[in-house]
Every structure is written in structure tokens, then in C-alpha cells.
Ligand binder design. Structure first.
Ligand code: SAM
Length: 287
């Protein structure tokens, strides 16, 4: 059977219920510029990374497990002329060692399941950003809480409950950019169209019935439950501005993502001995 999500997300530029405009709004909140360095875990086909690199000139390393998405991401990045700014590493994020204090921001949009939910995701991402840097997680939340008994919360919580999880992880809530009903409908409609196209072109495929079953079940769930009850937002949290001891131990030097680059933690801490200022507005804010 073709991988369901590769088929369903064939036409998505961004594989989440959001838009390039809202991704740019995240970049504005983070005050990104050409000095900013980001990691985007589960970067998919590279949509958010491309939007941010195009808008702010920042450098991004994406980590993505699915080879089919990595291939599309690299092709799109090349077509956009952004190869010098975005690197995509094909890896299971759980096996990717996130360098401590190395980034101005760490993103994970729509894949907190990698670390068994939001708490695990925040614990995994926060150490990778410099003091005063940002963690951005795209995460569902329930609009009604508590939920009706028959609905499984799937590990998600209410909107205030989601913010509390950021606070419990030691992150200061700095912003929320939520999906509108229109964002959701567009995201879901792209699934429907791609799957109906595939089914029309592959009606004799031995997996067609199974694909149709999954497609119709997901559509039904969306129409009956999720469209009314499930929200989704990009939550932005800021780490403490206190310089962590590990920021000084040189672990960030020689990053495989940014060879020769000065680690973000060092830039946050001040000018280097070589006189390389390299501070972004975000790191200045942290000083
Ligand atoms: C909902 S998509 C979001 C993609 C991208 N962040 C975006 O907004 O366009 C979730 C992505 O997580 C990736 N993924 C799932 N498990 C992963 C893992 N263990 N390591 C890395 N990527 C993973 C999937 O292949 C998929 O590309």
C-alpha cells in the first residue's frame, strides 16, 4: 500500500492547518533575521522552512524521517534557490542529537507524537535553544474542556492547559498563532482531493478499498467531531534568559548543521574573541 500520508499530503505545501502568512507571523514574533539559526524537527516537505528562509534570510536545519518528504523538500529548496540557507537531514528525530544551546529557535510543527506529546517535545527542544531563545510547537488543543465522555482527548488538552504545559517546562508563553476554520477546511480539503484523485486513477489497485476506508473515516471524524472541537495553533515559548553553564563549554562548536558557524549561545553571550559580533535582534534581546 502507498504510504497513506504521502498520498493524502501530495498537494500540501505546508502539512498543517496554517498558511505561509501565519508562518511568517511566527518569524516576526521571533524577530528572525539573517543571523538567526533554527532547527525544524519533522520538517516534512520543507514548507515552513522555505517560508521562513525566504522571508527572513535565516538558516534552518530540518530533520525529517520520511524519505519521500525529504526528497520533495530538497527539490523545493533547490527550486527556491535556498540551498545555502536550508539543510534537510533524513533522520528519525529520536535518533537526532540536538546540540545544546545551538539554535535561536527550535520548531516542531505537528509532530509532538515523536516525543509522546507536548511535555516530551518541550523537554527535547528547549535545551537546544540558547538562553532567551524560542521553542515553537504546532499542537492541537480542545476547544471544549472537559470533553464529552465519548471523545478520546488523544493526549491533547484545552488551550489554557496547553499554555500551562509550556510554563511547566520553564518556557514563558510569547505567542499563539491559531488555525482558523478556513485553515482547517483548506488543509482537510487538500487531503480529500488528493485521495479522491488517487482513487480515481487507481481504482483497480488492491489497496484502493483500504485507502478509501481510511480517507472516509478521517473525513467523517473531521466533519462530526474535529471541525467543531479541535483547535490547532503554533505556540511560542521563550527560554530563560539566564545563560546555562553548558553554553560556555564549547559543545556548539563545529556544529554538523552549520560548519564553522558560531553557536547561537555564544552569540547570545556576547562578541567573540575574534571580534565576530554576529548578534541577531533576538540574541540582543536576550543580552
Ligand atoms: C504533520 S506533518 C508536518 C510537517 C511540517 N512540519 C509542516 O508543517 O509542513 C508531520 C511530519 O512529521 C514527520 N515525522 C513523523 N515521525 C517522525 C520522526 N520520528 N522523526 C522525524 N520526522 C517524523 C512526518 O514524516 C511528517 O513529515
Amino acid at each position: 500500500m502507498p504510504w497513506f500520508f504521502a498520498t493524502a499530503e501530495h498537494d500540501h505545501f505546508i502539512q498543517n492547518p496554517t498558511s505561509p502568512e501565519k508562518i511568517r507571523r511566527v518569524g516576526e514574533l521571533l524577530r528572525l533575521d539573517s543571523q538567526s539559526r533554527l532547527v525544524d524537527v519533522a520538517c516534512g516537505k520543507g514548507g515552513p522552512a522555505i517560508v521562513l528562509a525566504e522571508a527572513f534570510g535565516c538558516r534552518i536545519v530540518g530533520v525529517e524521517r520520511a524519505p519521500v518528504f525529504v526528497q520533495v523538500a530538497r527539490k523545493r529548496i533547490a527550486e527556491a534557490g535556498l540551498e545555502s540557507l536550508i539543510e534537510v537531514i533524513e533522520r528519525d528525530a529520536r535518533d537526532f542529537s540536538l546540540e545544546p544551546n545551538a539554535f535561536d529557535a527550535a520548531l516542531c510543527l505537528g509532530a509532538s507524537f515523536i516525543w509522546d506529546g507536548l511535555d516530551g517535545t518541550l523537554a527535547a527542544l528547549a535545551p537546544a535553544v540558547r538562553p532567551g531563545g524560542h521553542v515553537v510547537v504546532g499542537e492541537p488543543f480542545w476547544r471544549q474542556w472537559p470533553l464529552p465522555d465519548e471523545i478520546d482527548p488523544e493526549g491533547f488538552t484545552s488551550l489554557p492547559g496547553t499554555i500551562e504545559r509550556f510554563q511547566a517546562a520553564g518556557l514563558v508563553p510569547m505567542g499563539l498563532i491559531a488555525a482558523s476554520e478556513d485553515d482547517w477546511d483548506r488543509y482537510e480539503s487538500l487531503h480529500w482531493r488528493a485521495l479522491e484523485d488517487w482513487l480515481a486513477e487507481n481504482e483497480d489497485d488492491p489497496d484502493a478499498d483500504e485507502i478509501r476506508g481510511l480517507h472516509e473515516e478521517a473525513r467523517d471524524q473531521y466533519l462530526r467531531v474535529r471541525r467543531g472541537l479541535l483547535g490547532w495553533g503554533m505556540f511560542v515559548g521563550r527560554t530563560s534568559r539566564t545563560v546555562r553553564i553548558s553554553a560556555w563549554n564549547g559543545v556548539g562548536k563545529g556544529s554538523s548543521c552549520f560548519p564553522g558557524g558560531r553557536p547561537a549561545a555564544a552569540r547570545a553571550a556576547g562578541p567573540s574573541a575574534s571580534g565576530d559580533e554576529g548578534a541577531s535582534p533576538t540574541s540582543r534581546a536576550a543580552a
